[in-house]
Design a protein. Structure first.
Length: 87
């Protein structure tokens, strides 16, 4: 990930506009972070799964990390599972 440094003035302005942690590590393209989710069930073709996040259930693409099973932990970025999280 490319690190971008922003000035104190810009950081303060972004914070005042409601941008949380403008200096945090996020995707430079979409400003999204990878989030941990737990798989609840998987589609028969192993391309999507319903997973539990802090905000509830969501359907995510798991084709890059398949095979997966209920109970597996994954990191999701922009609706796509990018890695499994080992316990």
């Amino acid at each position: 990930m490319t690190e971008i440094k922003i000035s104190d003035k810009l950081s303060a302005s972004l914070t005042n506009l409601g941008v949380d942690n403008p200096r945090g590590e996020v995707c430079i393209t979409c400003s999204d972070e990878a989030r941990p989710l737990e798989i609840l069930n998987v589609s028969p073709d192993m391309t999507t799964a319903v997973a539990r996040s802090e905000s509830g259930k969501e359907t995510v693409d798991v084709s890059l990390v398949a095979p997966v099973a209920p109970g597996d932990k994954i990191l999701v970025h922009a609706g796509l599972a990018i890695t499994k999280v080992e316990a």
